[in-house]
Write a protein that binds this ligand. Structure first.
Ligand code: NAD
Length: 428
């Protein structure tokens, strides 16, 4: 049976802007499956995670009181292999957001041909207001609550917004205690001494930089002297600024949550990196700032949103001057804005491709944990370059073959192996 449009979410057009991440993700999954000729049963299977566990768990706070936290773990689809994806610690975490993020992880793994489906976790909390020991108890309690459904061959977590290698270390230790054996492959993004991988910290930015190189080649832009704007100066944005500066590009704009800096002659990135704090803030030190909104509309060749979602919308897309946009952030460009930009001839490298360097090196970490043998930084970098280039060109060629934009092409590439695996397993 062909996919019926009646029970499916509408694909937003330029008149109707859809800022809800789950509905817009379902709409693009629907379009990708329809174009690939799959039926409605396949859409029903892939439009939601197979499993989502909601947990409530008590944590003893430093003042002796007990606070009960809510957390989630979503497993989108395990037809290909175990699920994989980060754990977000943020006050704004919602179940729908975790569902959508688990679907994006499936697509990312599909594009890079990793032997995983997508997963995602989250805890509603604000670690910025908690002590170190409260965060440790929270991390351990969350792992105890979800331990039945995760594991090195079931579902492998990783860091995400506001979680880091220390959280991963506590979580791995807790899981190893529960299982009564050392389980480094249970989680990735660990410190190096506990089985982490070289290159993991900068992997997302490195992947973005590789996509920029490939996109610049197809658009005939020389990286030497290319004007680059990066929105966000956190893990992804700051490493990327360094990579671009070192490769001879002119980083003309950067920003954080408080404002933006722009200089058409190029910013002094090493100096700004010295001055930024651990939350990726630097603009507070300057008086001559512009807003994030203004930054996105400044002259540049390459624009990298590396902060938060829904930054390029139908209201500002027409004013964007870049000819290449590489999405480091998840969901920074709406569907309506994608259409406006694509019609203008802007090459958009979508998030599911642009920021996949993180999950690729997480995969390398898991492989190294499983084999008990560790690779050098050079080996990791070479493998990452090979996989990112291959992913970029697979999506680029699919866009040409099917006459669609890079985002839809990325979903068509990313969803196919999952759908085929489900079919071979006899699920659909
Ligand atoms: P981060 O927390 O380290 O940094 C975020 C940066 O964005 C900071 O500079 C912050 O000041 C800025 N920011 C926050 N709110 C903002 C706002 N309203 N306007 C403008 N700037 C704002 O986060 P990160 O790890 O660099 O992640 C950035 C984006 O990249 C997120 O969308 C994340 O999901 C995505 N991403 C990151 C990774 C990774 O490995 N770090 C992997 C995949 C995707």
């Amino acid at each position: 049976m062909a996919i019926s449009q009646s029970n499916a979410p509408a694909i937003s057009d330029s008149d109707k802007e859809n800022l809800d991440v789950l509905t817009s993700t379902q709409a693009i999954i629907l379009e990708a499956l329809t174009r690939l000729g799959y039926d409605s049963a396949m859409y029903e299977l892939l439009k939601e995670p197979l499993r989502i566990l909601t947990v409530r768990f008590p944590v003893r706070m430093d003042d002796g009181s007990v606070q009960v936290f809510t957390g989630y773990r979503a497993q989108h689809n395990d037809a290909v292999g175990p699920t994989k994806g980060g754990i977000r610690l943020h006050p704004d975490v919602t179940e729908d957001e975790i569902r959508a993020l688990s679907i994006w992880m499936s697509i990312k793994c599909g594009i890079a041909n990793l032997p995983y489906g997508g997963g995602k976790g989250g805890i509603i909390c604000d670690p910025r207001t908690m002590s170190f020991s409260e965060i440790e108890r929270l991390s351990r309690a969350y792992v105890r609550a979800i331990s039945q459904i995760v594991g090195p061959t079931k579902d492998i977590p990783a860091p995400d917004v506001f979680s880091n290698s220390q959280n991963m270390a506590w979580m791995m230790d807790e899981y190893s205690h529960i299982r009564e054996f050392d389980s480094p492959g249970f989680i990735t993004g660990k410190p190096l001494v506990l089985g982490g991988s070289k290159g993991r910290e900068s992997a997302t930015a490195r992947g973005v930089a590789i996509c920029i190189e490939e996109a610049a080649k197809v658009k005939n832009i020389s990286i030497q002297g290319a004007r680059v704007i990066i929105q966000g100066f956190g893990n992804a944005g700051s490493y990327l600024a360094k990579f671009m500066y070192d490769s001879g590009a002119k980083v003309v704009g950067i920003s954080d949550a408080y404002g933006a800096l722009y200089d058409s002659n190029g910013l002094n990135i090493p100096e700004l990196l010295e001055q930024r704090d651990s939350f990726g803030t630097v603009t507070k030190l300057f008086e001559d700032t512009i807003t994030n909104k203004e930054l996105l509309e400044q002259e540049c060749d390459i624009l990298v949103p590396a902060a938060i979602e829904n930054q390029i919308t139908k209201d500002n897309a027409a004013n964007v001057k870049a000819s290449v946009i590489v999405e480091a952030a998840n969901g920074p460009t709406t569907t309506a804005a994608t259409k406006i930009l694509s019609d203008k001839g802007v090459l958009i490298v979508p998030d599911v491709l642009g920021n996949s360097g993180g999950v690729i090196v997480s995969y390398f970490e898991w492989v190294q944990n499983n084999q008990g043998y560790y690779w050098s930084e050079e080996e990791i970098d070479k493998k990452l370059i090979d996989l990112m280039r291959k992913s970029f060109h697979t999506v680029y060629e699919a866009a040409h073959k099917y006459g669609v934009d890079m985002r839809l092409a990325a979903y068509m590439v990313g969803v196919r192996r999952m759908a085929e695996s489900a079919r071979w397993r006899g699920w659909v």
